[in-house]
Design a protein. Structure first.
Length: 487
């Protein structure tokens, strides 16, 4: 792409409008996946277009994605984002990435040395929910996680993101360098607090003095991140390359909407991302809860019940009036009442916008993709609102149906008897429980009793067991489409 960058790209492609040679890797990002390319890196690019400062990003993939890093290097770290609305597409070439690394290409020590360089002020992350090695029910470090066990035994050769961050901070402390801010950009409830708790607990097990130093010197801002960025497919890449005028294996397509709300708590400075639409606030938690419950909660509802009902994409579910109104009711009846928002927040307007975003026919967002890692997602997307309805004595049938949908899905067999490719760190455990029970609602209390996912007060609550069992039985007797239509 470097060679074509100045000559062959189609005229309407937006190019970086700043001097890339002055950029320094002041941000190290863990997780050069789909989302980061279309969110933080793009927002940094737009900020650079407006302010011309030196905040650049060094991209690191700790798990998989070696090919992507190699392709990125081959094109001078430039790549394309296609923002796809219902009727039009905008192409932006992103220039904010300065360099990239991968432990299997460069070695673990080179990655650690990069993170310990003096100019690094922020280590940001999009490492998926499971990357935090935290217990989904409590948000605290899972000491039995195989990556944690391996990194505690061999801390100078880390594998997990936690292990890398703690080892890099140790190097900085030993060298008398300032610490960096650790900024989580994952869909994790109170993501900064979860990152902090996991990192401190991990450091405590290694070296209590280091843990105390981290606690005093490092900050962990919470962030609310939002933009729908489906995984790239051959079709999207071909379509982008046609519009672009050349091939770009690092290209990614997303929706036009984006939002980023960041707790303004940075220990070593930060870019003025607000110049490109981000909001710095004192308390992100209400925005995170709103987004996780209303957007992600209804996304999971649509993913499980949509997949079982034969809908491949979220936009396909929106063509079914029953799913469309169930998703809106899930937002407004099940999730919105559980939120405490700053005055003036228009939750109904937010829900209407979400339904519009889900409807975008240009985005091929697979229900299967969103259904992934449910054991990590369900607690934060539905646990808090479930607790709310239990304490208020109000109905939670949408939540119960979503959870029953997840239980039916993780059995690994769809409504036609075909195998489902269930991707989840707990897939084997979940499948074994489902196999023991067959398609009987006795599987419901068995799955609700998994303490890593559901706290005992939920898992053993008779109202929860009853409502989820009823929804589960309906899925078995009538299928997902009829169950959603009856809601
Ligand atoms: P992706 O599959 O494209 O990328 C996943 C990234 O996580 C890869 O860079 C991989 O190296 C890294 N990773 C995976 N497991 C890891 C582990 N155990 N430790 C460290 N790194 C690990 O996924 P995508 O779409 O980039 O999403 C990543 C996360 O971003 C999501 O899980 C979510 O929390 C957040 N997000 C995604 C949005 C989307 O629409 N795609 C929107 C908002 C947030
Ligand atoms: C989705 C999210 O994959 C999922 O679980 O719910 O990635 C969703 O697309 C984003 O959070 C939107 O910001």
């Amino acid at each position: 792409m470097k060679t074509v960058y100045n000559s062959m790209l189609n005229d309407f492609v937006q190019l970086p409008d700043y001097d890339r040679s002055v950029l320094k890797s002041r941000i190290v990002h863990l997780g050069f996946g789909a989302f980061h390319r279309a969110h933080q890196a793009l927002i940094t690019n737009e900020m650079l277009n407006r302010t011309g400062c030196d905040w650049g990003i060094c991209e690191i993939n700790l798990f998989g994605g070696e090919d992507l890093i190699q392709s990125l290097r081959a094109q001078d770290h430039l790549y394309t984002v296609a923002e796809k609305g219902a009727d039009s597409t905008t192409l932006k070439v992103i220039g904010s990435v300065t360099e990239s690394m991968h432990p299997s290409l460069d070695g673990i020590h080179a990655v650690l040395e990069k993170m310990a360089e003096p100019q690094v002020a922020i280590v940001s992350m999009t490492i998926t929910e499971k990357g935090y090695c935290a217990d989904p029910a409590t948000g605290t470090l899972d000491k039995n996680n195989p990556l944690v066990v391996a990194d505690l035994a061999n801390p100078t050769e880390p594998k997990s993101a936690l292990g890398y961050i703690v080892q890099a901070l140790l190097l900085r402390r030993e060298r008398g360098l300032s610490p960096f801010t650790v900024m989580s950009c994952d869909n994790v409830q109170e993501n900064g607090h979860v990152a902090k708790a996991a990192i401190l607990e991990f450091a405590q097990l290694l070296d209590p003095e280091l843990a105390a130093w981290i606690e005093t010197h490092v900050t962990f801002p919470c962030t609310m991140v939002d933009r729908i960025v489906p995984a790239a497919t051959e079709e999207t890449l071909a379509e982008i390359s046609e519009l672009l005028g050349c091939e770009d294996p690092c290209a990614i397509a997303c929706e036009p909407f984006r939002q980023w709300v960041i707790e303004d708590n940075f220990v070593a400075g930060r870019p003025n991302w607000n110049m490109a639409g981000a909001q710095f606030v004192a308390d992100v938690v209400p925005y995170e809860e709103m987004k996780l419950r209303m957007l992600n909660g209804s996304h999971s509802f649509l993913a499980y019940l949509g997949y079982l009902g034969g809908y491949a994409h979220i936009s396909d579910t929106m063509t079914d009036e029953a799913y469309r109104s169930a998703a809106f009711n899930m937002m407004m009846q099940a999730q919105a009442p559980s939120l405490t928002m700053p005055e003036g927040t228009d939750l109904e307007g937010y829900a209407t916008l979400l339904i519009d975003r889900f409807t975008n026919p240009s985005l091929k967002h697979k229900t299967w993709q969103i259904a992934m890692d449910g054991s990590q997602k369900i607690p934060q997307r539905m646990g808090g609102s479930l607790q709310f309805h239990l304490s208020e004595g109000t109905s939670f049938s949408w939540l119960a149906t979503a959870i029953a949908g997840w239980m039916r899905y993780v059995s690994g067999v769809d409504e036609q008897g075909n195998e489902i490719d269930v991707r989840d760190p707990m897939a084997e455990t979940l499948r074994a429980i489902c196999d023991q029970h067959g398609q009987s609602p006795s599987v419901v209390p068995a799955l609700l009793n998994i303490e890593a996912i559901f706290p005992a007060e939920l898992g053993e609550n008779p109202y929860v067991v009853d409502a989820v069992s009823t929804a589960y039985q309906s899925l078995i007797d009538h299928g997902a489409r009829a169950t959603v239509a009856a809601l």
